[in-house]
Design a protein around this ligand. Structure first.
Ligand SMILES: *Cc1c(COP(=O)(O)O)cnc(C)c1O
Ligand code: SF4
Length: 452
């Protein structure tokens, strides 16, 4: 560790594209490889910080180190022709405008808003859309705060990259909590608000409070839990320990608990190394003392955490530290997805082997789960019925609650990596295929009736 870096009380400092060449030199990359990485970083966002660089990455193992691969773009993440074109522009110091235009063209060929997020799930209030809010499952509303659309570092596999790059049409966020609370009052079926991003913990306490405090209004007694989706415990645990507003933030969490609601930190940990530093342990203790509950989740990523021992180790350490394992996700269908994808069969085997080796206290975890257009689909395993092999699946979450938790089958396909690769087995359609799509944010009366 370099002298003085990440010492307690040290303020957050991001590393960006400016620092990329120095850092990839440290990883031992050749000039040609460094140029290719810079080309990728014109298309996909790059950002890290000195805690990740000095405390998490094992530089002796870079560029193969999993934490290095977690935050640094890889030269082969985009099609070779694109890299060659943009690399050529960078090599001859082409005008910024020309580089941007080429990067934009590559980006439009990727798929920044998977699972129909942009089109399907934006609710409406008084016939006006409510951007920055998603209402997909009856009981839960997602809020994307305008000031929370960045992170302490970016994950190379992130499907939310469209939020971070300079493409205004691709962004979605809100700073109008008045409209959000109006919407919630009109939707008493909503009991949980999930504040997400980006990373909401990038916001200082005063700004975060503007999003949380309105939800504590007694008129919103229906709200039972406020969740914050964050990777700050992995990327910048100082947020809860030594940042200037750490104490105020914990007090805000305490106010949520005092209002009779569950304050849940949905913590994203990709690799057990993120749990090792003493700062993380201290952050977990402080959040727990404030009355918060930390639940953990992460996607399964090829070359970063595609090994049952990694997941079992992660769940056991999390449980020991007082956290609750929650979800293992299948990587979503984003642009560079082919790069990180783990086939569903292998994903299930990794989950099962890890699950089988931990105690019941860790078996709160569910997965592997695909967050797809119809909902969260869990792969339960492979069955053989009347000589035919099939995947057994169930919906953990669905737009239509009537199909949650009911088993169904798909034809066995060892190469399938996503729901869209699957065909129904022992039935002519999947349960969600027979459900007509609802209008955005409007729930059919029979659905609402079934919930009360
Ligand atoms: C996962 C998810 C939720 C929360 O689902 P839980 O099963 O309650 O954790 C809500 N909205 C969307 C869009 C989600 O993907
Ligand atoms: S921390 Fe979350 S939102 Fe931020 S880059 Fe990683 S996965 Fe994406």
């Amino acid at each position: 560790m370099a002298p003085g870096l990440s010492s307690p009380g040290r303020r957050f400092r991001a590393y960006t594209v400016k620092h990329l060449d120095d850092l990839t030199t440290r990883a031992g990359l050749s000039a040609a490889e460094r140029l290719a990485v810079r080309a990728v970083a014109t298309v996909l966002p790059f950002r890290t910080n000195e805690y990740v660089v000095e405390r998490l990455i094992d530089w002796d193992a870079a560029p193969d180190d999993p934490i290095y691969r977690l935050v640094f773009p890889q030269s082969d993440m985009l099609p070779e022709a694109d890299i060659r074109e943009i690399g050529g522009l960078l090599a001859r110091n082409a005008p910024e405008m020309e580089v941007r235009a080429a990067a934009h063209a590559v980006r439009t060929r990727l798929n920044p808003h998977p699972a129909g997020q942009l089109a399907f799930n934006i609710p409406a209030l008084a016939d006006e859309p409510l951007p920055g809010v998603q209402h997909k499952y009856p009981e839960t509303v997602l809020v994307f705060p305008r000031q929370g659309q960045t992170c302490h570092a970016y994950c190379t596999y992130c499907f939310r990259w469209a939020q971070f790059v300079d493409e205004p049409d691709l962004k979605m966020a809100t700073d109008d909590m008045g409209r959000v609370t109006d919407y919630l009052r009109q939707h008493p079926e909503v009991t949980s608000v999930l504040i997400t991003g980006g990373d909401p913990m990038i916001m200082g306490e005063a700004v975060l409070r503007r999003y949380i405090e309105p939800l504590l209004d007694p008129a919103l007694e229906q709200i039972e839990s406020i969740r914050i989706g964050t990777k700050s415990l992995g990327y910048w645990p100082q947020r809860f320990v030594s940042d200037p507003d750490a104490e105020d933030t914990l007090r805000l969490f305490g106010e949520v608990v005092a209002a009779g609601k569950n304050l849940a930190i949905m913590a994203h940990f990709s690799h057990p190394r993120e749990l090792e530093s003493s700062v993380v342990g201290e952050a977990v203790r402080r959040i727990s003392s404030a009355g918060g509950v930390i639940r953990t989740q992460a996607p399964l990523i090829r070359s970063i955490n595609d090994d049952p021992a990694i997941w079992a180790g992660m769940w056991r350490t999390q449980m020991r530290m007082g956290m609750v394992p929650y979800y293992m996700f299948v990587e979503r269908d984003t642009g560079p997805q082919g790069y990180f994808a783990v086939p569903l069969l292998q994903a299930h085997e990794i989950f099962r082997d890890a699950y089988a080796s931990v105690s019941g206290l860790c078996r709160t975890v569910r997965g592997p789960s695909m967050s797809a257009t119809p909902g969260k689909v869990c792969i339960d395993g492979v069955v053989e019925v009347a000589g035919e092999k099939a995947f057994a699946l169930h919906m953990i979450q669905a737009r239509n609650p009537a199909i949650v938790g009911k088993p169904f089958f798909a034809r066995f396909d060892p190469g399938a990596i996503w729901l869209s690769d699957l065909e129904p087995a022992f039935a002519s359609r999947f349960p969600f295929d027979s459900t007509p799509e609802e209008l955005p944010g409007l729930w059919a009366p029979e659905v609402l009736a079934s919930m009360s």
